[in-house]
Structure formats: C-alpha cells, structure tokens
Design a protein around this ligand. Structure first.
Ligand code: CTP
Ligand code: MG
Length: 263
C-alpha cells in the first residue's frame, strides 16, 4: 500500500491566515454499522456523497485554506476524482480551499495521523472533522477555529446528553450487564467534530500514542492524556454523526428541510 500523497493542487501561499489553518477529514472508515455497501464516506446523502458534504462544510469556514481528505486506502484515486467532480463553491472571503487526498489507515487514529503528516510546514491550527458528520453548520466550524485562534490548545464542540448514562460491566451479547455507576448527567457532554487544535499539540499527542491499542476515537482525548487543557464549546444538533441507518434517514430529512429553506 502506498502512503504517497496523490496528485494535488499546491496549497495556497497568498492568504496568510487561511494558509495557517487546515482541516483534516478522516474518511477512511468502512461504515460497518451503516450496513453493507460502499465505504460510508462515499454513500449518498441527497444525491451527493457524505464526504463532499463534509468537505464543503469545513471549507465554508473563512479560515480554512487547506483540506486534507484521508480516503479509504483502496479508494484514494476514486475519492480524488469524486472531489474534482464536485468542486467547492467559491468561498466568500478567501479564494477557496485547496483539497489534498491521502490514503488512510486501519484505525481512525492512524488515518488522522496520516492526514497530519500531509500538512505543509506553515499550518499552525488544525481542525479534525469526521466525514461522517456531513451537516455540521459553518457557525460551529467557525466557533471552534476561533477558540483555538484565541489561544486554547484543544477545543471540542459538544452537547449535553438527553439520555441518562450508566457505566456497566460488559457481558456477552444479550446477557444482563451489572451497573457500576450512574454519572451525574448534568456534567456529561457528547462530543462532536470538528475538534480544533494547535497543530504542535495534536502532533505531539499522535506521536506519543501512535500504535496504542485499538486507536483513539477522539483526538481531544489523546491531548488530555498528554496533560494539556481541552475546552468544550457549544456543539450543534445537526453536527450528529451518521453511524447507523436511522442516522441517514435523519440526515436526509435535515437536508430536505435546508433545501426547502433555500439554504
Ligand atoms: N475513519 C477513518 N479511518 C478508519 C476508521 C474511521 O478515517 N480506519 C473515519 C470514518 O471514515 C469517519 C470517522 O473516522 O468519518 C468516524 O468514524 P466512524 O463513525 O466509526 O466511521 P466508520 O469507522 O466508517 O464506521 P464503523 O465504525 O461503523 O465501521
Ligand atoms: Mg469506526
């Protein structure tokens, strides 16, 4: 398997603030929980691949000058063609973000690391955004980027939980699971993406925990393990992750409503 970056557009060097902020979009997962079919990032939402929605959502943020898409390893060329066939709308303030495609790895953590490895030297702020969160509003992306720019090493959008959560002793499927504790719901948050980082902090976290176990599902958690502060800002209900078939039904409904509203 090659790890070389595929042909790409050179990162813009003419817009200094945007050149310093990049987004990494892990899109290399298979989408097992969504059921049989193409890799999740390539599945259609309103006739357009999830990944294209996600790339547009982060590229809409004024600050983002470069988007690194981490593609399923066997589909990197296909993803490149797909993104070329769905160009980004011209960004309002910048001249539009450049999009680079690199092949991903076996875990999300490994995929993100490969995306980080593809960033040019001048990038100082990195937003990591799941391809599986196609409908994140631009305001959420902007709020995360702004909090990092204001000095936070790591910023996570999150929402209060609606369900009460219990910690259990996991058992084989179907067997009753003893409850260990019930954390106070008011203190819990469900985290979303994009998560924003000072690039050096995230790179240090990935270097420190490379190859650890199953791989982290949350970049901010790795930064916490480094002992660096992580802060939460308000997330958005439309930034939900498409994980199971019902999530795709909800995403289609949100998109239909947006289109009816002329969004
Ligand atoms: N991801 C990745 N590389 C992997 C695994 C996951 O880039 N080896 C990405 C997915 O493409 C997704 C994001 O990480 O955008 C969040 O992961 P998840 O929702 O778990 O997606 P999948 O791993 O594809 O889904 P599943 O776990 O159901 O197979
Ligand atoms: Mg997964």
């Amino acid at each position: 398997m090659t790890t070389a970056a595929l042909p790409r557009t050179a990162p813009s060097r003419t817009a200094p603030p945007a050149a310093r902020t990049a987004a990494v979009i892990p899109a290399a997962g298979r989408g097992v929980r969504l059921g049989p079919g193409a890799p999740k990032a390539l599945r259609a939402l309103g006739g357009t691949p999830l990944l294209v929605h996600a790339v547009r959502a982060v590229a809409r943020a004024r600050e983002v000058g470069l988007v690194v898409v981490v593609a399923p390893p066997q589909a990197a060329a296909e993803v490149r063609h797909l993104l070329d066939a769905h160009p980004l709308p011209a960004a309002p303030a910048a001249q539009g973000a450049d999009v680079v495609v690199v092949p991903g790895g076996a875990t999300r953590q490994e995929s993100v690391r490969r995306g980080l490895d593809a960033l040019p030297g001048e990038v100082e702020i990195v937003l990591v955004h799941d391809a599986a969160r196609p409908l994140v509003p631009a305001d959420t992306v902007d709020a995360v980027a702004a909090a990092v720019r204001a000095g936070a090493p790591a910023v996570v959008p999150a929402l209060p939980l609606t369900d009460t959560v219990k910690e259990v002793e996991p058992q084989a499927a179907g067997a009753p699971e003893p409850v260990i504790s019930t954390p106070a719901r008011a203190r819990l948050r469900a985290v979303q993406t994009p998560q924003g980082f000072q690039r050096a902090v995230l790179a240090e976290a990935h270097a420190a925990f490379a190859g650890a176990g199953e791989g982290a599902t949350d970049d901010a958690g790795m930064v916490e393990r480094l002992g660096q502060p992580v802060v939460v800002v308000p997330g958005h209900e439309e930034a939900f992750k498409v994980t199971r078939p019902l999530d795709l039904v909800l995403a289609e409904a949100v998109l239909t409503r947006r289109r009816a509203d002329g969004y």
